[in-house]
Design a protein around this ligand. Structure first.
Ligand SMILES: Cc1ncc(COP(=O)(O)O)c(C=O)c1O
Length: 355
């Protein structure tokens, strides 16, 4: 196959919808965004950049990396920032995976992993899950001498499930040192579990573990495209060599720093999710629906007829995410919205299930 033919084998990632024909007020619960909106401090920092739009951004995201280091107790020299963690997924694959290699991920893992693998002519290998949760033994079984990278979204999107710290350590311990374990902790800040780690300590202890994070979820800056990776020094060096010299815009850097300094907005987002995620799950279960236990800001909800449920929601202006592309056609993924939005979802689904 030619390179173009290989690329045409990729089913392009389709983001969540945001508009509905003929509906003026849309409730968008399709992309796991922060229900409460951005930090006022981040918005002010974003606006302040307007006068300097003719200038290139500082290319190393130095202030942002320093602020991240302080906030999370990490070494800024090991942090690489990107235009969303999506860019970092692509850079990691470009840096470490080539034609004929394998990239392993869990069956219902984030769709950008197989897309990124195919983009460099590699083969994505989906390991089976147990109860919609990544399974260490299955992941390790999928690893062969061709495997260069293992992606683990933890917590996972779209299932909302997570791998416990002990299992994560066992997964790493079972991998050959030639395989890079990429832990994608996009939703880490929402997790309230003692047996969970985002993985920073594994990065510090080993030279084949990377942790990715994002500002798109709890920090509510999805529009600005801002993510970061915590890396072994050699991996940070590779990413810095192959990334664009100005890959993170000035507004994203400024807003990111401001968001890190806004503890009140962070706490409000977390508290909101702590209250309304379990509430939504409980209400949907009371309606007789199966809801996969989630530690993130969204729920995977199982329906007898997900297409019909989606149609009922759309009719009332509520957009959730259909899951056929993930091999879960009987499910919808519903982001935890504001209180009013959560109540609207329950009301519409109660009416739909009664009808
Ligand atoms: C698991 C996971 N990783 C990465 C991303 C991409 O995040 P970003 O907006 O930082 O590119 C998402 C977005 O939904 C996600 O769910």
């Amino acid at each position: 196959m030619t390179k173009t033919a290989t690329l045409l084998d990729i089913a392009a990632y389709v983001g969540g919808e945001s508009k509905l024909e003929g509906v003026s007020r849309v409730i968008k619960l399709a992309s796991n965004e922060n229900a409460l909106g951005p930090s006022p401090k981040a918005m002010a920092a974003y606006r302040a950049v307007a006068d300097e739009l003719h200038r290139y951004p500082e290319g190393g995201s130095n202030d942002l990396r320093a602020a991240l280091g302080k906030r999370y107790g990490l070494d800024p020299a090991r942090i690489v920032c990107g235009a969303g963690s999506d860019e970092l997924i692509g850079l990691l694959v470009r840096g470490y995976v080539g034609e004929g290699d394998d990239v392993v991920y869990s069956r219902h893992g984030f769709l950008m992993y197989p897309i990124a693998a195919k983009s460099v002519g590699a083969t994505p290998i989906a390991a089976p899950e147990k109860d919609l949760t990544a399974d260490v033994d299955a992941l390790l079984k999928a690893v062969t001498p061709r495997t260069r990278m293992v992606f683990l979204a933890n917590p996972n999107n779209p299932t909302g499930t997570y791998m416990k710290t002990d299992d994560l350590k066992r997964l790493h311990a079972g991998l050959p040192s030639s395989v890079l374990l990429v832990i994608d902790a996009a939703y880490a800040e929402f997790v309230v579990r003692n047996d969970y780690t985002a993985g920073a300590e594994l990065v510090e202890q080993h030279d084949n573990v990377v942790m990715m994070r994002t500002f798109s979820k709890i920090y509510a800056l999805a529009a600005l495209r801002l993510g970061w990776a915590y890396c072994p020094p050699a991996v940070a060096d590779v990413l810095n060599r192959i990334r664009g010299p100005f890959n993170v815009g000035a507004a994203a850097q400024a807003a990111g720093v401001a968001a890190l300094h806004d503890q009140a907005s962070f706490d409000a987002a977390r508290t909101h999710n702590d209250i309304w995620q379990p509430w939504l799950a409980e209400q949907l279960r009371k309606l007789g629906l199966t809801v996969t236990p989630s530690v993130a800001n969204f729920l995977l909800v199982h329906f007898p007829d997900a297409e019909a449920a989606n149609a009922a929601l759309v009719k009332k202006g509520i957009i959730t995410r259909k899951m056929a592309a993930y091999g879960l056609p009987q499910c919808l993924r519903i982001t935890v919205g504001t209180e009013e939005e959560c109540r609207a979802v329950v009301d519409v689904l109660a009416g739909f299930l009664k009808a």
